[in-house]
Each structure stands twice: as C-alpha cells, then as structure tokens.
Design a protein. Structure first.
Lengths: 100, 309
C-alpha cells in the first residue's frame, strides 16, 4: 500500500511512518495540479514537426515523450504556464482560456 | 556527446504533481539535470531548504523517483558527502551492486548564503558528487528576500525600492568563480537556451566526472522577477546576450567560454522586462543603469581574461 493511501490530515502522529519517511518514489504523480490552470494548451498534432523543443521547458513534466515523439499533454499535471506554446516554432501549441 | 531526442525520451525522474508555481524555472533546471543521468544508473538526491524542497516533497507525496534526502538549509553539501562516503565503503565491501550518482540541489539562498560552508567543505574534500544551484537571485520561497545572489538594485521585500533606496545596494556574489577556486575537476555555469544542449552536456560532464562538480544554473522565477510566466526562455536568452549570465566551464582549472554574443546587448534589454527593476527606468535613475552596465562589463572583461579569449 502506498503511503499516499493512508496518510492524510486526520491521521494520528503515531500512525505515520517513522521519521516521516516515504518508502516509494514518484507518489506526487497521484496529486492533481491540473486544476490550477487558467489557460490550457491545445496540441495541434498536424502542425507538430516533432522537434521536441517544447519538452525540456515544461516545469511539470507534462509533455510525455515516447520513442523520440511527443504525445498529447498530461492535463492532470499541466499548470498552464504557456512556456511550451511560446517556444514552439510551428504554432502547434495554442493557449486557450480554460472553460471550467 | 548527448543526443537530444534520446535524452528527452528517457524516463522522467521528477514527476508532475509537485507544487512548484506554474512556469517555475527551478523544476525546469532539475528535470534537465536529471535527464543527463544514464537510465540504468541510480541517484541519491539531497536538497537544501527552498521552494524546491518544500514543494516537491510534501509528505506523504514525493515528486522524486530516486532516493531523496530532505535536510536543513545549511547542510545539503555535508549530508551528501556523508552518503557518498558510506556508499564507497559499502561498494568496497560488496554490499551494493548498483551504480549510484550523488546530486545536491539548492536555490541561491541555500547555496550562496546559508549552505555555503558545507558546500565549500564538500567541494574541498572532492567527494564524487555534483552540487547544482538553481539561481533565481533571491529567497523566493519565503517571499522574495534578497540573497547574496540578488543583482544590484533589484527590488525585494528586504531591499524595497522607493524614495530612500533604489533596491539592493550591493553587488551579487560570483559563486561559480569561488567554487572554481576550490580547484575541483569541474565547474560550469549555464541556463536554458534552445534545445538545452549546453545544460545537458554540462550536467552529463558534472555527473560523470570523477570528483566534485558544481553547476550554477540561472533559473528565472516569474513571481520574484515579475514577468509573465510564458517568457522564461526569453529571459534566459537576454541574460546571456547581455553578458549578465555568461555560459562557461572550468575543467581542471582551465576556463572555457562556451558562448560569446556577436552583438553584446545593452543591459537594459535584460532589466526592462522584469518588474523588479521597474524603478531603474524612471527619469533621473539613468546613472543607476550606467553603473549596472559597468559592473556587467567589468565582470565580462575579467571572464574573457580568465578564458584567454
């Protein structure tokens, strides 16, 4: 069981892990930061030339790359900062106001 | 030599879901340094207190897929040297088979100021580790207080610009140069440019050079610098093109300049888009800009001499 599943605001200090250790990596993946967004990027796959210039600039690891090709955004984690849209040389990413 | 597509296809070692701000430069620096690790190698990360520490490791969540040590403000260098020493013993005794690499991350507050003594010690003892400073030029985590990395005349909450003072009155410390004076095998300064080739190459060299290495990475902070989040790459480019943030490396004592702008831009180009320097563009403050420019010029000239350019 992941510590994320049983450690929450209501837990007693006696039931937390010793020294506040976390025994597995990457658990933040389960935490949604996508709802922070005001603007949302749209990926226009037909305009994309797969230059990957958008991939190193993402602060939220929200542009998955598989075998040298980028895929659509990870909207669970994208915070909508817009850096990727700004660096794209081909206009393949457009920022839009997010409808909630 | 690193291949961009191959590097970007490597697994993410820092996951999303951390609570750094939208458009944060700190996590861009971290992700890209970690990309330089060979996928088969493991890492132990130590982290000086700062935005990065408190926002990527909120118990019970961690954005780190590698072993990670949450320690105090002043001792990331010391903590990681201890881990590296223990690893060497365990490796010698045959208790560990995997290859581990040791990387410490700190902001400029935890590196230039508070963690300076433990960093200096770790470098002097030449532990096989890398210390990475993501330098955004102030204590951004606690609300933009000045640090010794804050540039002159920046408006921060402890050096407010107003009638009495034009912001921070002192020059910024040149930490890369100080660490180079420790005569360690590898020191480099870089930031985010284009496809990050410079950063990826330097991170790879730093991680895979035996002995102590130090990386100084300018990582703009949209909150503290006061610019729109999407403009981070433009900020970095202007920092480099104005020679405010030169990209260089020092390999076994030899200084190498990695980029020399064809047309050095005036420092105004870097300062103007940042709200923290807004007051410098008010009428009557022209001499402050001149002074800033002179400081940049003097440091650039000195660097050219070091690099024998």
């Amino acid at each position: 069981m992941s510590s994320v599943d049983f450690i929450n605001e209501n837990i007693s200090w006696k039931d937390i892990t010793p020294a506040g250790n976390v025994y597995e990596g990457g658990t933040a993946n389960d935490f949604r930061t996508g709802d922070w967004r005001i603007s949302i990027p749209e990926f226009l796959a037909d305009k994309c030339k797969q230059c990957l210039l958008c991939t190193p600039v993402c602060p939220d690891s929200a542009i998955p790359v598989k075998d040298g090709k980028r895929e659509d955004f990870d909207f669970e984690h994208c915070k909508g900062c817009g850096i990727c849209a700004k660096v794209c040389p081909f206009g393949a990413i457009v920022m839009k106001k997010e409808e909630k | 030599m690193v291949n961009f597509k191959e590097i970007m296809s490597r697994p993410e070692r820092l996951t999303g879901g951390h609570r750094m701000c939208a458009g944060c430069g700190g996590t861009i620096a971290v992700r890209n340094v970690l990309k330089a690790l060979k996928p088969e190698d493991k890492a132990v990360i130590a982290n000086a207190t700062g935005c990065l520490e408190v926002s990527t490791f909120m118990y019970p969540y961690t954005a780190w897929t590698d072993s990670y040590i949450h320690n105090a403000f002043e001792n990331a260098g010391a903590t990681l040297s201890g881990v590296e020493a223990a690893y060497n013993v365990m490796k010698r005794k045959g208790k560990i088979d995997d290859t581990f690499k040791f990387i410490a991350f700190g902001g400029d507050g935890g590196t230039y100021d508070i963690g300076f003594q433990s960093l200096s010690g770790a470098m002097e003892r030449n532990h096989d580790m890398v210390y990475v400073c993501y330098d955004n030029g102030a204590y951004m985590n606690t609300g933009i207080q000045r640090s010794s990395a804050t540039p002159m005349y920046a408006d921060t909450t402890t050096t407010p610009a107003g009638k009495v003072s034009p912001g921070k009155m002192q020059n910024r410390k040149d930490l890369a140069e100080i660490i180079a004076s420790h005569h360690i095998p590898y020191v480099a300064q870089t930031t985010f440019i284009g496809n990050f080739r410079d950063l990826h190459e330097k991170a790879e060299k730093a991680i895979y050079t035996k002995g102590a290495a130090y990386l100084n990475i300018m990582a703009p902070c949209p909150r503290g610098w006061r610019y729109p989040t999407e403009n981070i790459m433009e900020m970095c480019k202007l920092g480099v093109e104005t020679c405010y943030w030169p990209m260089f490396e020092v390999i076994d004592g030899k200084w190498i300049l990695n980029y020399k702008p064809k047309n050095k831009l005036p420092i105004e180009d870097f300062l103007k888009p940042q709200g923290r320097f807004k007051h410098l563009f008010k009428k009557g403050n022209e001499q402050l800009l001149e002074q800033f420019q002179k400081e940049v010029d003097d440091r650039w000239e000195q660097l050219l001499k070091f690099c024998e350019e």
